[in-house]
Write a protein that binds this ligand. Structure first.
Ligand SMILES: *Cc1c(COP(=O)(O)O)cnc(C)c1O
Length: 344
């Protein structure tokens, strides 16, 4: 069966155009920096984000970890959101591999960290304390609903960081979704940041890869650490060729995914048993099951699967649906029909 797969935008398989580009990619050994295709991808990424340089990494998790390792020394402290991917979903890499100490503060429902909370969490100079080095923001913020942090907010945090001699890293796994939702360039959105990680492998549809961007000096150190972590790969142009299509074409069409998330939201709102979060600002729809729904999350997942739709839970009574390139209007219709039958 051809499934409509709403579990995540990570499920996106490469387009026929990407597969063709991958088959024909010009390649070389990237550890020697000899792969012309990844070099082009890195130049293009740096240019689109308005930073000096960039580096291909196999995953977003490695990109974030490299950023943390470059910005921080062992024992340094990082301010992170308590609902951030870096804090919750990266296997504690910063602590395990970098000796870096996370200082979680509360993500507000709109995905932001309050400026006062950030200020209050910066350590004072005192032998008892760690040294605060870095603030991490996530945009879009996944767990808070795929919510978008505004350019004004990012600017305010950047200013606060500079005033306090801290660096600012953006976990921008979905920064192109954020920029599309705000209708501004990614470059303007990330201008206040010292470094940014973004994923080619989610809404941008490439099969593998993320990019880390920052200053030349930052990327030089990140390249060294990437080798240390075993992420120095060879003829990576076969992957980078798909990434170039992500940047050139896929980044332009994310508004469609956001519109379909709104369509899903409007449709699901009609079902009594569901309590929806606020209208989606990017490509994610979150909702809870009301008590009147006697089915378990697993029973709903199974019922949907039998009707050709894959969905995933986000909590004991909670779901997250994610729209992407391979979900068209028909897919949205099919999903709503399946929910209607399952929840009946
Ligand atoms: C997916 C994701 C990552 C990590 O990416 P992987 O490629 O899965 O390692 C980081 N941050 C956020 C917000 C993500 O959604």
């Amino acid at each position: 069966m051809e499934y409509i797969d709403l579990r995540s935008d990570t499920v996106t398989k490469p387009t026929p155009e990407m597969r063709e580009a991958m088959a024909e990619a010009e390649v070389g050994d990237d550890v020697y920096m000899d792969d012309p295709t990844v070099n082009r991808l890195q130049e293009k990424s740096a240019e689109m984000l308005g930073k000096e340089d960039s580096l291909f990494v196999p995953s977003g998790t490695m990109g974030n970890l490299l950023a943390l390792l470059v910005h921080c020394q062992r024992g340094d402290e990082v301010i992170v959101g308590d609902k951030s991917h870096i804090y919750l979903n990266e296997a504690g890499g910063m602590a395990a591999l970098g000796g870096i100490y996370p200082h979680p503060i509360m993500n507000q429902p709109d995905g932001t960290l309050l400026l006062d909370d950030i200020l209050a969490s910066i350590q004072t100079e005192d032998v008892h304390h760690t040294i605060t080095r870095l603030i991490c923001l996530e945009n879009t913020q996944n767990v808070c609903g795929g919510v978008v942090l505004s350019a004004e907010y990012m600017k305010a945090v950047g200013k606060l960081a500079r005033e306090n001699n801290l660096s600012l890293h953006i976990d921008g796994a979905r920064i192109f979704n954020a920029a599309a939702a705000l209708n501004i360039s990614v470059k303007d959105l990330v201008a206040p940041a010292d470094s940014v990680m973004f994923c080619l492998s989610k809404g941008l549809v490439a099969p593998v890869g993320s990019m880390l961007v920052g200053t030349k000096k930052f990327i030089k150190r990140a390249r060294h650490l990437r080798k240390m972590l075993g992420g120095g790969v060879r003829q990576v142009g076969v992957l980078a060729s798909a990434g170039l299509i992500s940047l050139e074409k896929m980044s332009m069409r994310l508004g469609e995914d956001h519109a379909r998330a709104k369509d899903l939201f409007e449709g699901l709102k009609q079902f009594q048993g569901l309590k929806l979060d606020a209208s989606p600002s990017s490509n994610m729809v979150y909702f809870d099951l009301r008590d009147e729904v006697k089915l378990s999350v697993d029973e709903i997942i199974e019922g949907m699967k039998q009707r050709g739709v894959l969905v995933d839970w986000a909590g004991p009574r909670r779901f997250r649906l994610v729209t992407h390139y391979w979900v068209n209007d028909e897919g949205v219709e099919k999903t709503l029909k399946a929910f209607r039958e399952v929840l009946k």
